[in-house]
Design a protein around this ligand. Structure first.
Ligand code: HEC
Length: 100
């Protein structure tokens, strides 16, 4: 196999989790968030733990990702993210909630 095909195959195997992290990077989420430590915003694995078992969380958080908000994790607000579409927000939130 030529190296380029090996790379594509590796990306396909890594699958949706990998794609969602790329999306988070592209949409600048990772400027304020990390998966496993608090930066400006909460660690994504802490977000996942907080909403574990909360069926309404996906919709609520997708809304917050698009419009921004404050007060759940502290006094630092998350600004609105108008660069994120509804579908992208849903994808990102699913990925965030799958972190452990
Ligand atoms: C400028 C910094 C910044 C950026 C950029 C940012 N966030 Fe946040 N995020 C925050 C802060 C601060 C909070 C905590 C808000 C609060 O306490 O209510 C937060 C909270 C969250 C939460 C938890 C919300 C809750 O109510 O529990 C999620 C999920 C989240 N961010 C996802 C994202 C995603 C996805 C992106 C990229 C589209 C993003 N964030 C971009 C700073 C940021």
């Amino acid at each position: 196999m030529k190296p380029v095909f090996a790379l594509i195959a590796a990306a396909l195997v890594a699958g949706p989790a990998f794609a969602s992290q790329e999306l988070a990077q592209k949409k600048n989420c990772m400027a304020c968030h990390a998966v496993d430590k608090k930066l400006v915003g909460p660690a994504y694995k802490d977000v996942a733990a907080k909403y574990k078992g909360d069926k309404g969380a996906e919709a609520k958080l997708a809304e917050k990702v698009m419009k921004g908000g404050v007060g759940t994790w502290g006094q630092v607000p998350m600004p609105a993210n108008p660069q994120v579409s509804k579908e992208e927000a849903a994808t990102l939130v699913k990925w965030v909630l799958s972190q452990k």
